[in-house]
Design a protein around this ligand. Structure first.
Ligand code: KG4
Ligand code: ZN
Length: 340
């Protein structure tokens, strides 16, 4: 029997201060998330300076709670994993500095992790049999990437958004229909009362690049539709707008994912990122994958939005591959997927 590997993981790339203890990459012993959403709501989006300050206030508390929940101390850890990019530089630096301090004090390896690779790795936690190769559709507030996971730690981007991320489009449309921030979950809920076929919004295709996305045209079209209703004095049917917008996003994501699976002869598909908790997207992907004979995986909502358990899962495979960062590890706000 091989020795268990215990990793403390830290995530602070945006507006969640999070710490988790993960055993052997797939067993979550604790997963603590302190969300700043209520604070940023006042401004309609994340304010970077406020986010950094709040991370500093919360980080020690969150780590202590994660260790306590897991019933371990810093002395039990084999490594420390931390998100070092992409994200807000000031926010990332809080987690990176903390992780370096623990690594130095306890003389344990430091393993820097890519935030999006973390989102993808969230799928390993509840699907113990999931192994590469598989396709992952990453849909978050900042990213929309169709990624081929060729092996642990080996990523190839097959498609990406040319403009807005899927979650960003959800948030902007939500704001336009007066739902507030963050808009994704609110659109998800309101859309259940609307007709997805009510308004034929354009699909987010990009000419000549079948696996790329473009959501800014869709977003503008929703805003134009709302303005034209206002000008004509017609009622604004929020639920129909939410359902039709969501339909436009979901159908394009499902279509392109299946297309990529066929093209690259891959039989397993996962969702990742905050928008992966969208109920319409999960249902549509399940149907589409079922029809195409593909296995479909998705994480629980708490593992879809930002958390540290997913960073612990990614850090474990990096640790096994021998990735070790030094005390010169810095935050890299525009870190690329697969970049080492
Ligand atoms: O992955 P995440 O927590 O942060 C980033 O790394 O960006 O994703 C946050 C995004 C936000 O845009 C939020 O509106 C969206 O995920 N989101 C959703 C849902 N839950 C969160 N979008 C659609 N439907 C949902 N149920
Ligand atoms: Zn994220």
């Amino acid at each position: 029997m091989e020795k268990d590997i215990l990793i403390l993981a830290i995530e602070s790339s945006c507006d969640e201060t999070a710490a988790a203890v993960v055993k052997n990459g797939r067993e979550v012993l604790s997963n603590v998330i302190s969300s700043q959403i209520e604070l940023h709501k006042l401004y309609g989006g994340v304010v970077p300076e406020i986010a950094s300050r709040k991370h500093i206030e919360k980080i020690n508390q969150v780590i202590e709670e994660a260790l306590e929940d897991a019933g371990v101390t810093l002395d039990d850890l084999d490594a420390i994993g931390v998100t070092y990019g992409p994200g807000l530089v000031g926010a990332l630096l809080v987690g990176v500095a903390e992780a370096k301090a623990i690594s130095y004090a306890k003389k344990i390896p430091l393993v820097g992790v890519h935030h999006i690779e973390g989102h993808i790795s969230a799928n390993y936690i509840e699907n113990k049999d999931l192994e590469p190769p598989f396709l992952s559709m990453v849909v978050s507030g900042g990213h929309t990437h169709l990624v081929l996971v060729e092996d642990y730690g080996k990523y190839r981007i097959l498609g990406r958004t040319r403009d807005d991320a899927a979650g960003e489009a959800f948030d902007k449309v939500a704001r336009a229909i007066g739902l507030g921030y963050p808009g994704g979950p609110k659109i998800d809920k309101l859309a259940r009362e609307g007709d997805p076929k009510a308004i034929p919004f354009p699909k987010a295709h990009v000419e000549g690049a079948p696996l790329d996305f473009s959501f800014s045209g869709l977003k503008s079209s929703v805003l134009n539709y709302i303005n034209s209703c206002k000008m004509k004095g017609e009622p604004i049917r929020e639920a129909d707008i939410a359902a039709s917008f969501q339909e436009a996003v979901v159908s394009v994501i499902a279509e392109k994912t299946i297309m990529a699976a066929r093209e690259y002869d891959i039989h397993k598909v996962c969702l990742a990122g905050g928008v992966a908790s969208n109920t319409a997207l999960r249902t549509r992907m399940k149907e589409a994958c079922g029809k195409a004979g593909l296995s479909f995986y998705y994480p629980s909502p708490v593992l879809c939005t930002d958390n540290a358990a997913m960073i612990g899962a990614a850090a474990y495979y990096e640790y096994l591959a021998g990735t070790r960062h030094g005390l010169d590890l810095n935050a890299v706000p525009n870190l690329k997927i697969g970049q080492r």
